[in-house]
Ligand binder design. Structure first.
Ligand SMILES: *Cc1c(COP(=O)(O)O)cnc(C)c1O
Length: 410
């Protein structure tokens, strides 16, 4: 079969608006609450807390701001170590460094692609004085939350749950974002619902919520003038942005259903190829299916070479690789994306510790022989990719994407 490139680009994941968003934005405009105060913010906070099932939500400028305040609320100080998901978006870990702390990257596991509880346990053996764990739920799939929460409790560590990608996903019937002492969600433009930007901090602790609200508005004290006793930030959510988020919330369930249909269509359509979809435990988890991802079997991989900034491959019949599939999709005007490159592989984080279930990953890495990927996260980065997962993609367009992927294996 021959295909022509898509006339209209098929995207990875873009905003999907419904109309109510504009009404709430218009109301903010007409009532002149064009500010970081207003009814839309109050409503986004109320709805977020109620939906996730926590007592308090604080509306902020973005998910990264929420993570930064969470790190501060967890009491992280200069020089402290924080255990963090290795394979994630850099926004999960950058706020650790904003506070002068040291991220210790924890390898992933193959069942959910999230933080490996065994590696986390190993990290507590290596660095027993660590008091904070930063956990991300990748691509909308919950982590092994029972195990992670138990390990944190056992070691008296505070869990921060980065649910930026997993809003609406549940673990044993409970919403992600509610498992840590502190949680965050993001309304960035490509997330499952969006305000174009924005985020919230989630907590059951009234004092934490009050502090976050104060810090996010430049830490003003209760005084007739601008009195400051603490460092402040300009991190508050805009009432205009909040209007968009407020209008999106009623459509979250619909977006999840669409994303799920896309995931299942790929799973069916790619049957027979040496590939699998991003996995989850059907007994305990309902993901939000934010991004559909593919993992190519080890023996289905053709030769692929990646340097710090370039990728190349050698085509081989019956085999393929993420680079070949991504380049093919791009040639037909469809957008895929590599898996988040693990943080321990990033030049900026090359000196930070990295722990796998076998122990100190950096020490083991030094003994690495040949080009066999090291650790689980690195292996998934090598063999995995994110597929076009836009909920406005039509079944016909998705069929072409599937056929293009099949073609790569011919
Ligand atoms: C998007 C994202 C964030 C950051 O959210 P922003 O609102 O863009 O600041 C943090 N963590 C993860 C895992 C994300 O995907």
């Amino acid at each position: 079969m021959e295909f022509k490139p898509f006339k209209k680009k098929v995207w990875l994941s873009t905003p999907t608006m419904h109309g109510e968003e504009l009404e709430y934005v218009r109301k903010a405009y007409e009532t002149n609450w064009m500010s970081t105060v207003g009814e839309n913010i109050n409503e986004v906070e109320r709805i977020s807390a109620e939906f996730v099932g926590v007592k308090h939500a604080v509306g902020l400028a973005c998910g990264t701001a929420a993570l930064h305040l969470a790190i501060k609320l967890a009491g992280v100080k200069r020089g402290d170590r924080v255990f963090a998901t290795d394979m994630t978006f850099a926004a999960t870990v950058n706020p650790i460094v904003y506070e002068g702390a040291i991220p210790v990257f924890i390898d992933s596991e193959y069942d959910t692609w999230n933080m490996d509880p065994e590696a986390l346990e190993r990290a507590f053996e290596l660095y027993p004085d660590t008091k904070v764990v930063m956990l991300a739920n990748l691509y909308g799939t919950p982590s092994k939350l029972d195990e992670i929460v138990d390990i944190c409790n056992k070691h008296g560590a505070i869990l921060i749950e980065d649910a930026a990608e997993s809003l609406g996903a549940t673990y044993k019937g409970k919403q992600t974002g509610s498992f840590g002492t502190l949680g965050i969600i993001s309304f960035n433009g490509n997330k499952i619902i969006t305000g174009s930007s924005g985020g919230v901090l989630l907590t059951n602790d009234a004092e934490c919520a009050a502090k976050a609200r104060k810090w996010s508005t430049q830490s003003r004290e209760n005084a007739p003038w601008y009195q400051h006793e603490e460092l402040g930030y300009n991190y508050r959510m805009s009432n205009v942005i909040a209007g968009v988020v407020r209008g999106q919330y009623p459509h979250l369930g619909e977006h999840i259903a669409e994303k799920r249909a896309i995931y299942e269509r790929y799973r069916e359509g790619l049957k027979g190829l040496p590939v699998s979809m991003n996995p989850y435990d059907t007994e305990t988890m309902v993901p939000n299916f934010w991004l559909s991802c593919l993992l190519i079997d080890k023996d289905g991989m053709c030769e692929q070479t990646r340097t710090d900034k370039l990728a190349s491959f050698v085509h081989e019949s019956g085999k393929s690789c993420p680079t070949e599939i991504l380049e093919t999709l791009a040639a037909y005007n469809a957008e895929g994306r590599p898996i988040w490159k693990p943080m321990h592989m990033q030049p900026i984080y090359k000196d930070c510790p990295f722990v796998t279930r076998k122990g100190d990953g950096r020490a083991l890495e030094a003994q690495r022989t040949g080009d066999i990927p090291f650790g689980c996260a690195e292996d998934i980065f090598e063999r995995g990719l994110c597929l076009p997962s836009d909920n406005k993609m039509t079944p016909e367009e998705q069929d072409v994407i599937i056929a293009l992927i099949r073609k790569c294996f011919e």
